[in-house]
Ligand binder design. Structure first.
Ligand code: UDP
Length: 499
């Protein structure tokens, strides 16, 4: 009798990686991490996005969209702590804070999510492959360690900023500048290019009074993580990525620009951050449709910065005086009084045909990708800057706080795609009566950005080139695309069953 060949059993493929993503509850942090969640899910990974009830309500569109696209992306809702001194009920996001005294209690409340997060992770039948948490969520570090789950931190800003920040700490810049005045200049040590800051414009690492503990805990959580994920791409800032990786001593995964995950999906593009407002979307788009290609300057200052009437009016006058067509976004919280409403209406009447003031939240990504937009006045939040760069749109830089002053240095001095408005001192999120930037500054910078001449043309050419490189980075064979493949594969292999 013929011996029968032994049956060869092919081992089943390892299960797809499961990432648990824990964003900070602020639009500028959540939006890119939601994009990251989609990127991972589109590449076959399972993703759980952890948040709290108020924020989950805003993100419902994301999970519905993922379900329709058959992506393994679910929302996990942790109960929000109710017993926090000094925090009014219902505040679960930084953009809801209207009183400076509520920031610290909000961060205290977030730290208390460690218990519910641990309970959720322990309740899973199989341990997840990896926790990816915002660098501000240092409270996730101990949870991941206790469960033996690898942890990557997501660092929102550019590698240029992150490197400045890390070098300042490592070289003890804080001690050297302790006695210095706000406007004394310092060179950031250890940078491959010359970077000068003042104490006033580098609040991140030089002076964050009241936040020292939080800062130290965040640094420690970065040092103990297994690696970093950054929303940038190699062709934009490879020298800073390389130096940052060396300084950190662990892998840095550049996977951006994350916003381009939305590029083929108008609905996803319109609904980032908040539920889409169909009426507003079509008003803004219809207005842009009627304007010449690359003629309009778009003006928006992110999700947090709020201007008091005096400063708001300077912006409006500056746009009017520039003579350039503009689409200006004024937040609801900036236009609460009848005076401001009337003033804005009068401005719109005076600039009819070339000026449009949009109120509240707008679909920024859809606007930046519209052919009519030729420039962007931005507060230099990293998401806004990268969204602009990804769409080849040059910028007027008007940094307000945090990493924004250093982001300005990158786009103006290193990349050559920005015109500074000339902001020299930080303005806080609100309660700031000072007028940091005048109508003359706005008019000059906007006219320079949108006007003719060799420099302006060169800036536009460079921005367009970066936009093309950004798209290539996210396509098959591009650096961010291939990095993402590696990331997903490396965690698939380490997927383990709970013993
Ligand atoms: N954003 C938007 N519509 C708005 C205001 C902001 O879609 O009216 C989005 C913007 O596209 C970006 C994010 O909110 O993705 C803001 O992040 P950024 O880092 O620029 O600034 P922050 O809000 O953190 O200051």
């Amino acid at each position: 009798e013929e011996p029968t060949a032994p049956t060869t059993l092919t081992p089943p493929p390892p299960p797809p990686a499961h990432f648990v993503i824990v964003p900070l509850v602020a639009q500028g942090h959540t939006i890119p991490m939601v994009d990251l969640a989609r990127l991972l899910a589109e590449r076959g990974a399972r993703v759980s996005l952890v948040t709290t009830p108020v924020n989950a309500a805003r993100l419902r569109g994301v999970s519905d969209h993922a379900a329709r696209a058959k992506l393994a992306l679910d929302l996990v809702e942790l109960p929000f702590p109710t017993d926090i001194d000094g925090l009014p009920p219902g505040i679960e996001n930084i953009d809801q804070v209207k009183d400076n005294n509520h920031f610290v209690p909000l961060f205290e409340a977030l730290q208390k999510l460690a218990g519910p997060l641990e309970a959720y992770l322990r309740g899973l039948p199989v341990r997840p492959s990896c926790v990816i948490s915002d660098w501000c969520n240092a409270w996730t570090a101990d949870v991941a360690t206790r469960l033996g789950v690898p942890r990557l931190f997501f660092h929102g800003p550019s590698c240029f900023y992150s490197l400045c920040d890390l070098n300042a700490v490592d070289h003890g810049l804080h001690k050297q500048t302790a006695a210095a005045g706000d406007h004394d200049k310092f060179v950031v040590p250890g940078m491959p290019v010359h970077v000068e800051v003042t104490k006033a414009t580098a609040p991140g690492f030089l002076n964050a009074p009241g936040w020292e503990t939080f800062w130290n805990e965040s640094l420690e959580a970065m040092r103990t993580a297994d690696g970093a994920i950054v929303n940038t791409f190699l062709d934009l800032e490879d020298q800073f990525v390389t130096c940052y990786e060396a300084a950190l001593g662990k892998p840095v995964w550049t996977l951006g620009p994350f916003c381009l995950v939305n590029r083929r999906d108008a609905e996803a593009m319109a609904s980032r951050g908040n539920a889409p407002d169909v009426a507003k979307q079509s008003t803004v788009t219809a207005w842009l449709d009627g304007m010449d290609t690359a003629s309009v300057v778009f003006v928006n200052f992110g999700s947090l910065a709020r201007k008091l009437p005096k400063q708001l009016f300077e912006v409006g006058h500056g746009l009017e005086d520039s003579g350039v067509p503009f689409l200006w976004v004024v937040k609801d919280t900036e236009a609460e009084t009848p005076d401001v409403h009337e003033w804005l209406e009068a401005l719109e009447t005076r600039t009819a045909g070339r000026g449009h003031v949009a109120r509240g939240w707008v679909p920024q990504l859809a606007i930046l990708s519209h052919r009519a937009v030729g420039g962007f006045v931005t507060h230099c939040g990293w998401n806004s800057l990268l969204e602009s760069i990804a769409h080849g749109v040059p910028v007027v830089t008007w940094p307000h706080f945090a990493d924004q002053f250093l982001n300005e240095r990158l786009v103006v001095d290193v990349l050559g795609v920005g015109v500074p408005v000339g902001a020299a001192a930080p303005v806080m999120i609100f309660d700031d009566e000072s007028v940091a930037v005048t109508r003359g500054d706005v008019a000059r910078a906007v006219a320079e950005l949108m006007g003719g001449g060799e420099e302006a043309d060169e800036r536009r050419r460079t921005a367009k080139e970066y936009g093309e490189k950004a798209h290539r980075a996210m396509e098959k064979g591009g650096s961010s695309y291939e990095n993402l493949t590696q990331l997903v594969e490396s965690f698939r292999r380490s997927g383990r069953k709970e013993g």
